[in-house]
Design a binder for this molecule. Structure first.
Ligand code: NAD
Ligand code: ZN
Length: 341
């Protein structure tokens, strides 16, 4: 048996701009949960936003909060109804807890469950800590050839998969993606894995565009100078949140094409309504994902998606603040925190 302490170190966001290491209790397990010793946690833009602004929309950090929702680790204990043989498994964690009984959950759209709980979203703690509890069926075993870092980034890969599924990307699809950050690059790799043959990506950073061309995209366009008008793609995925990119991207979509809005930017954006009507374009938002972990793990294990290339910096748990600021440096894509270090 693995020795489990009663307390652990956690990086606590006490309030906006104030994050520090504290000693806290190891979370208790419900019967259907497992305890995961956290190996790697990716830093996401939303973590940075909570740190810098103390809120995202209606979600306000009015109690101390543990950030981090992109994580992998090892199962070290199981609840009463979970097979003890799972102790020792390396897992990628799907960091949410739907109610399982409401209409949305029963339709399989559990990401839209009105009672969903999500890591690092007030008041639910996240993974910048040594141990987390998660329902056993939301801890997915990962093969040996998938690194701890890649297993943590199964979470953003899930966003890319959900976007590409909603965009109905398949063999021969022609796609436009706005934004060559981690999500845009992952969406490009996923689109390629789904069989897309033309993957245009836009950004305002030449570095990011060059990186995207090496790791998923087939064409790169500088949004400051190049136009996407007339591309006539089958699908447009916005991973920038920039209103201008959303408007120009929609006008790059051909008849019966799909527009998928992933990026969080302005709450309200003016849309080219008659363009959308005349071509019967489908438009959908994306709210995280549902049922994506098995496919995501398969794509990484098979080498169809490379998540390790996205990792540009590593930090220990005591360096969470530096990890949250790392993304601002040029050339940085994804910082990873290692709570065991
Ligand atoms: P990021 O900030 O690293 O990437 C955004 C990229 O867009 C940057 O590289 C930026 O230079 C680029 N950009 C800015 N203006 C642009 C323009 N006019 N045209 C083209 N590109 C432009 O963020 P990320 O981690 O890659 O995430 C992308 C977006 O997806 C963020 O807004 C994030 O909040 C959102 N997101 C949404 C969900 C969801 O469930 N809907 C989940 C995860 C992330
Ligand atoms: Zn529900």
């Amino acid at each position: 048996p693995i020795n489990i302490p009663t307390t652990m170190r956690a990086s606590i966001l006490r309030k906006q701009g104030d994050i520090a290491l504290e000693q806290v209790g190891v979370p208790p397990l419900d019967d259907d949960q497992v305890l995961v010793q956290v190996a790697a946690v990716g830093v996401c833009g939303s973590d940075v936003h909570y740190y810098e602004h103390g809120r995202i929309g209606d979600y306000v950090v009015d109690h101390p909060l543990v950030l981090g929702h992109e994580l992998s680790g090892r199962i070290v204990a199981v609840g009463a109804t979970v097979d003890p043989a799972r102790i020792g498994e390396r897992v990628a964690v799907e960091p949410q807890r739907p109610c399982r009984v409401c209409d949305q959950c029963r339709q399989g759209r559990y990401n839209l469950c009105p009672d969903i709980e999500f890591y690092a979203t007030p008041p639910i703690d996240g993974a910048f800590t040594e141990y987390v509890a998660i329902q056993a069926d939301f801890a997915f075993p990962i093969p040996d050839n998938v690194s701890d870092e890649a297993a943590a980034l199964i979470e953003p890969l899930s966003v890319g998969i959900w976007a590409c599924q909603r965009a109905k990307i398949g063999p021969g699809s022609r796609v436009l993606i706005a934004g060559a950050g981690p999500i845009g690059i992952i969406a490009a790799q996923t689109a390629r894995a789904f069989g897309a043959t033309e993957i245009h990506i836009t950004d305002i950073s030449p570095d990011r565009l060059a990186f995207a061309l090496q790791h998923g995209a087939t064409h790169a366009l500088d949004a400051r100078t190049d136009s996407v008008a007339g591309l006539d793609v089958d699908a447009f995925i916005d991973a920038s949140g920039a209103p201008q990119a959303v408007r120009s991207g929609i006008k790059a979509v051909g008849p019966a094409g799909r527009v998928i809005l992933v990026g969080l930017g302005a709450d309200d954006v003016e849309l080219p309504v008659s363009y959308i009507q005349n071509r019967e374009i489908w438009l959908s938002g994306v709210f995280r994902y549902a049922n994506t972990w098995p496919l995501a793990i398969q794509l990484v294990a098979d080498g169809k998606v490379d998540l390790d290339v996205l990792v540009t910096a590593h930090f220990g748990l005591s360096e969470a603040e530096a990890a949250l600021q790392a993304g601002k440096e040029p050339g940085q894509l994804k910082a990873v925190v290692h709570p065991g270090r």
